[in-house]
Design a protein around this ligand. Structure first.
Ligand code: DX5
Ligand code: ZN
Length: 214
């Protein structure tokens, strides 16, 4: 499985240093949560953070828009250097329009499904989706507990994706740790987004090794 490091859990006083350290240890993506204080009562990162990280790392940067009206902010994050832009499906009034806008900017278009938003609602957009992110917590905060029913949701979605002939990479975001990593591997998750379990870990190298199937 690939690892996307969610920097919401980083010590932002040393953000660049932490990202470079993780890059050396073999993580695969940098995950930047953008939270606007409206969609959830928290704040995340800005385009400036993306731009600054873009300067120091070659890792792909995924921007996770946990904001209202995401269609207004796609260009600014694209210009800042995001490689993948992920929108919360429940915030998109015109999903096809925003997904196509992201792709027209030459970026990968990701869709995140909140725990209680069904995969069914998304199926008609799948031709325009490059990455499917299953939220295993309500979006907006790091350090929450993994909702175990997400496993069943992913299993069902995998079956449907196969029936429909799609092979879209699947990620999981929220509460991922060594206690649920094997379950996620078993159901065929491709990418795990990890915040607290990685950044607060005293032995990051070992954690990364274990997640990657060591
Ligand atoms: C939650 C964010 C996640 C979060 C994950 O809204 O989208 O990316 O930072 O953090 P942990 O791994 O601590 O749940
Ligand atoms: Zn996220």
């Amino acid at each position: 499985m690939k690892i996307s490091a969610s920097i919401l859990a980083a010590d932002t006083a040393f953000l660049g240093k932490e990202v470079l350290e993780l890059e050396k240890l073999g993580i695969d993506f940098i995950h930047v949560d953008v939270i606007d204080g409206h969609y959830a009562n928290n704040f995340g990162f800005s385009p400036k953070t993306v731009k600054d990280l873009r300067r120091i790392t070659d890792l792909p940067i995924e921007v996770h828009l946990e904001i209202l009206n995401p269609e207004n902010y796609v260009e600014i994050f694209s210009e800042a250097g995001a490689d993948i832009i992920i929108v919360q499906f429940d915030t998109c009034s015109h999903p096809l329009r925003i997904l196509r806008k992201i792709k027209a900017l030459g970026k990968k278009a990701g869709v995140a499904l909140s725990p209680c938003v069904s995969f069914e609602s998304l199926r008609w957009c799948l031709n325009d989706v490059d990455y499917l992110l299953f939220m295993s917590v309500e979006p907006g905060f790091g350090g929450q507990n993994f909702e175990t029913f997400t496993i069943d949701k992913i299993k069902l979605a995998k079956v449907q994706l196969k029936e429909m002939g799609f092979s879209i990479p699947i990620g999981v975001d929220g509460g991922v740790n060594l206690g649920n990593i094997n379950l996620l591997r078993e159901v065929g998750v491709d990418i795990v987004v990890v915040g607290s379990a990685l950044f607060l870990n005293e032995n990051k190298e070992r954690f990364i090794f274990q997640v990657k199937g060591g």
